[in-house]
Design a binder for this molecule. Structure first.
Ligand code: BV8
Length: 245
């Protein structure tokens, strides 16, 4: 089954942890949602950070080290190549925070859940900043300290129970609504379709008249919402998937 791209096609891609699996980055489901016997909710929620900031920084520091040590795979490279051919008719929304799409050359990327390699303050509104360091405890925010406040630095990622930046959701909605004169295609790759609002994008694409595709190692939870489902590893499937008209 080939996904046809013609001059009138507009493509929105959503990726999840499965697209990085063949690079060696463990997915959330591989670990059955556990890390060192801690539930993801314990280390990927504001409460978890409140309860044990050192544990949370150990979790993210280990993932920084892992993500920095692996390379993009043919699935990432294919999506960067498709973007290069489609330019502003293409948009990639990733749930991943590992930065592998950008390292593969993708530029039109929205990191809907933030980035492993950016850090922000949990108190003041200073801009999130690039940070590849590993931290054993939550560093104090120097901007807060200078203002006599107690702010702690945290990973600039979206935890469970935290809102997605409304500007990001508006940008994605805008891309879908601009498709009204074009042929809209939505492709989800390597995601279990379990976490919202990302898992709801397929329904937004259908509401906008889009043709919906899923490439995944197993049927995702929201598999019923897709017109087409190609089962298998994205590193093998994506390089063969597209047909250019
Ligand atoms: C929000 C960043 C409004 C951090 C992530 C009750 C209380 C509080 C909230 C909720 C609640 N009920 C529902 C919610 C909303 C919640 C939610 O959806 N919860 C789920 C669990 C039901 N969502 C939120 O909280 C979001 N915010 O809604 O705000 C709000 C506020 C308060 C209360 C209610 C609503 C924010 C969610 C963002 C969380 N942050 N990541 C970090 O990475 O540490 S989520 C994280 O897990 C990922 O980013 C991703 O989104 C999600 C699932 O992971 P996937 O990417 O899908 O990966 P997974 O391992 O699950 O699946 C991999 C798939 O790939 C598998 O299907 C596998 O078969 C396949 N695969 C494997 N190998 C390959 C492959 N496919 C192809 N090729 C391969 N080689």
């Amino acid at each position: 089954m080939a996904l046809r791209i013609d001059p009138d096609t507009r493509l929105l891609v959503l990726t999840g942890a499965g697209v990085s699996a063949e690079s060696g980055v463990p997915t959330f489901r591989d670990a059955n949602g556990l890390w060192e016997n801690h539930s993801i909710e314990q280390v990927a929620t504001p409460q978890g950070f409140e309860d044990d900031p050192a544990l949370v920084w150990r979790f993210y520091s280990e993932r920084r080290r892992k993500a920095a040590s692996v390379s993009p795979n043919p699935g990432h490279a294919t999506l960067a190549g498709v973007e290069a051919r489609m330019d502003d008719r293409f948009l990639l929304v990733t749930q991943n925070i590992d930065g592998l799409h950008q390292r593969a050359g993708s530029r039109r990327v929205i990191e809907i859940h933030g980035s492993l390699f950016r850090t922000r303050c949990d108190t003041c509104d200073r801009e999130p900043f690039a940070d590849e360091r590993e931290h054993v405890a939550a560093p104090a925010c120097d901007a807060c300290a200078a203002a006599g406040r107690k702010g702690r630095l945290r990973p600039a990622v979206v935890w469970f129970g935290e809102l997605i930046d409304p500007e990001i959701l508006r940008e994605i909605g805008g891309f879908l609504s601009e498709a009204h004169r074009q042929r809209l295609v939505f492709l989800a790759v390597g995601t279990s379709g379990a976490v919202y609002p990302a898992a709801g994008l397929v329904l937004e694409a259908r509401a906008a008249g889009g043709e919906t595709w899923l490439v995944n190692a197993e049927p995702a939870e929201n598999r019923g919402a897709f017109h087409h489902f190609v089962q298998g590893p994205s590193g093998r499937i994506l390089p063969e998937l597209f047909e250019w008209a």
